[in-house]
Design a protein around this ligand. Structure first.
Ligand code: GRF
Length: 317
C-alpha cells in the first residue's frame, strides 16, 4: 500500500510532531512524514526531526506579510510532495488562500474539547469554568480559527487543585495518542468499508425520495415507488471487492466501460446479463463527483416518471 505523505508545521518544541513521526515508523502506519517545517528556524522540533532523518525547512515570518510568508511555506509543501498537512503547535494565523489550497487535507490539534475554548489559555479557562474534564481535539482546518469539523477527541480528567500547567502536562499525553490515530484513520478512510458506505449513503440518500434497505445482505438504495438504483457491495460472497453497483444503460455500455477502464469497472456477479455495472471503491482514492454522477444517472433509470419529470423541470432552471 502506498503511504500518504504528510508535512508537519510546527513553531516550538514539536512533541506532537515527534509523536506523529514515531507512529509513522511503526509497522502498517498508513502515512510517512516527508517534511517538518517551521516559521521559526530555531524551533527545537526542527533539530529533532533532522536528527531522525526527516527533511526540514525553517524560515522566519518576521518582516513578511501573511500571504508572502504562506506562499514560501506552500512552495516547500508542494516540493515535498505532501498530500496532507498536519499543524502541530503552529502558532500562525493562516491566510485564506493557504487554507483554501489545503482544504480537506489540513489537520490541527487543539488543547481543548472543541467547540469549547478556541484560541489560547484553554486549560486555565476549563479549570475556571469548573469543568470536570479538559482534553484535546483534532480537527480539519477551515478559515475560522479552531473551528473546522472535529475528527477525534480525548477528554482528560481535571483533578482537585489542578493548575493550567499540570493539566497541560497531562493533556499532552492524550494529544500524542490522539493525533497519530486520527491522522492514520483519516488518510486511510477511503480504504475503510464503513467510511465508504457512509459516503455512498450520503450521496444516494440526497437524491429525491431515495431510501435504503438491505437486499441480499447488502445495503441497497431505492426510489420510493420505484426500483433499486444502487447497491453497496462489501466482500460479497467473499469476492474481496468493495464496490458500488449502479445501472448503466445496458449490456453494451457495461462492456464498453469495462474494456475502457478495467481497474475501475467490473461486471457484478449474481446480477445476470443486465446493465448493472460495478465501480471498484477500493483503490484508496475515489472520484466522488464521478460516483455522484453515476448515482444520479442510475436513480434516473429507476425512478418513476412523475419524479424524473420534476427533476427535468428543476434542471431547466
Ligand atoms: C499543543 O498543546 C497543541 O495542542 C497546541 O500547541 C501545543 C504544541 O505542543 N496546538 P508541541 O510543540 O507539539 O509540543
Amino acid at each position: 500500500m502506498t503511504k500518504a505523505k504528510i508535512a508537519i508545521l510546527i513553531s516550538g518544541r514539536g512533541s506532537n510532531m515527534m509523536a506523529l513521526l514515531y507512529a509513522a515508523k511503526l509497522p502498517d502506519c498508513p502515512y510517512e512524514v516527508v517534511l517538518v517545517a517551521s516559521n521559526d528556524p530555531d524551533a527545537p522540533g526542527l533539530a529533532l526531526a533532522a536528527a531522525e532523518g526527516v527533511p526540514t525547512f525553517g524560515h522566519s515570518h518576521k518582516g513578511l506579510d501573511r500571504t508572502t510568508f504562506d506562499a514560501i511555506m506552500d512552495a516547500q509543501l508542494k516540493a515535498s510532495g505532501a498530500d496532507y498537512v498536519a499543524l502541530a503547535g503552529y502558532m500562525r494565523i493562516l491566510s485564506t488562500g493557504f487554507v483554501q489550497r489545503w482544504e480537506g487535507r489540513m489537520l490541527n490539534i487543539h488543547p481543548s474539547l472543541l467547540p469549547k475554548y478556541k484560541g489560547l489559555e484553554t486549560h486555565a479557562r476549563a479549570i475556571a469554568a469548573g469543568d470536570s474534564h479538559g482534553g484535546c481535539s483534532v480537527h480539519l482546518v477551515t478559515a475560522e480559527l479552531d473551528d473546522g469539523p472535529v475528527l477525534g477527541q480525548l477528554p482528560v480528567a481535571i483533578l482537585p487543585g489542578e493548575t493550567a500547567e499540570s493539566l497541560a502536562n497531562r493533556v499532552v499525553f492524550a494529544e500524542h495518542q490522539l493525533y497519530s490515530r486520527v491522522l492514520a484513520d483519516f488518510v486511510s478512510r477511503e480504504r475503510n468499508p464503513e467510511w465508504l458506505l457512509g459516503k455512498v449513503r450520503e450521496l444516494a440518500l440526497a437524491l429525491p425520495e431515495a431510501s435504503e434497505k438491505t437486499s441480499h445482505g447488502s445495503p441497497g438504495f431505492f426510489v420510493e415507488g420505484g426500483k433499486f438504483f444502487a447497491y453497496f457491495s462489501y466482500d460479497h460472497h467473499h469476492d474481496g471487492v468493495t464496490g458500488l453497483l449502479v445501472k448503466s444503460s445496458g449490456v453494451e455500455e457495461q462492456a464498453m466501460l469495462i474494456e475502457r477502464d478495467p481497474d475501475l469497472y467490473y461486471r457484478p456477479a449474481y446480477l445476470g446479463p443486465s446493465g448493472w455495472i460495478g465501480i471498484d471503491l477500493g483503490n484508496g482514492d475515489n472520484d466522488w463527483e464521478h460516483i455522484g454522477e453515476w448515482l444520479r444517472k442510475s436513480w434516473r433509470l429507476s425512478a418513476p416518471k412523475r419524479l424524473t419529470k420534476l427533476l427535468d423541470i428543476a434542471e431547466e432552471f
